[in-house]
Design a protein around this ligand. Structure first.
Ligand SMILES: O=C(O)CCC(=O)C(=O)O
Length: 253
């Protein structure tokens, strides 16, 4: 569990990075599933960045019964999300970000709540957790955040390339006032960030992939109006803490 100092940092900065949340064995199982499994293969789409470079992701809303749900419903993530938001949550959606060596494109500056707002969610009581599958470095396009930007409120989002992004003038005005932090992260770490935290990432210029699994949550008391949005606004049944390993053991049988 996060300690009080980490929770305070999240409140101040809008993000907190925690190392060694998942073991090398668990990460190896997840990478194998990304490379060999049907879920990622069947759900992958390309959302080119402003320069037309390919930015691939595989996104799903349903819970599924696989090794990825063992992460999205893992108590190491969900209980910390509950603690950071100070309330109960439900699973909103999950996605695998696939930044390929040399060709993987950028993600433009945005807030996740910037476009989740369009799903009828009234409060920004939403949070994402990015699990590093590969070590994330500046060279392979790790996530960048603007500490403190979650306190600015929600900005309008338009199209930047085929992605949702914040108007460049407004981003520049924020960048004149707040610093940028590169979230370099060892594999197995978890980066928790608030739904209003400005984030982006640069192209992968390295010869190594930068793959990450991101699970997103909404406060249970913040379900969208009018039946919009996705996920089931119900108390979550958590996976067993060792569910990732158990899936791999069952598959090997
Ligand atoms: O994977 C990345 O670099 C960006 C991810 C992101 O911005 C998002 O999922 O909202």
């Amino acid at each position: 569990m996060l300690n009080a100092e980490q929770v305070q940092r999240f409140d101040r900065d809008g993000f907190v990075l925690v190392e060694n949340v998942f073991s090398p064995e668990e990460i190896a199982i997840l990478i194998e599933e990304v490379e060999q499994g049907q879920r990622v293969k069947s759900k992958t789409s390309n959302m080119p960045d402003a320069a037309g470079r390919s930015s691939k992701l595989a996104l799903w809303m349903d819970e599924g019964q696989d090794v990825f749900s063992a992460v999205s419903f893992n108590p190491r993530i969900v209980n910390n999300v509950r603690m950071l938001l100070r309330e109960d949550v439900y699973h909103w959606h999950s996605k695998v970000m696939l930044k390929e060596p040399k060709v993987g494109g950028a993600w433009e500056w945005h807030q996740d709540y910037g476009y989740w707002y369009n799903d009828g969610v009234l409060y920004p009581r939403m949070l994402s957790c990015m699990v590093a599958l590969d070590p994330a470095t500046k060279a392979n396009g790790c996530l960048k955040v603007i500490p403190g930007s979650h306190l600015l409120g929600r900005f309008d989002h338009g199209r930047v390339g085929s992605q949702a992004g914040i108007d460049r003038d407004r981003v520049n005005a924020v960048l004149e006032r707040l610093p940028v932090h590169y979230c370099e992260a060892p594999s197995g770490s978890a980066l928790f960030f608030h739904g209003n935290t400005f984030h982006s990432s640069e192209a992968n210029t390295s010869d190594r992939p930068r793959r990450a699994f991101i699970c997103c949550y909404n406060a249970l008391a913040n379900a969208p109006y009018g039946g919009k949005g996705h996920g089931k606004p119900e108390p979550m049944s958590l996976a067993a803490d060792d569910a990732i390993l158990a899936f791999a053991r069952a598959a090997a049988r």
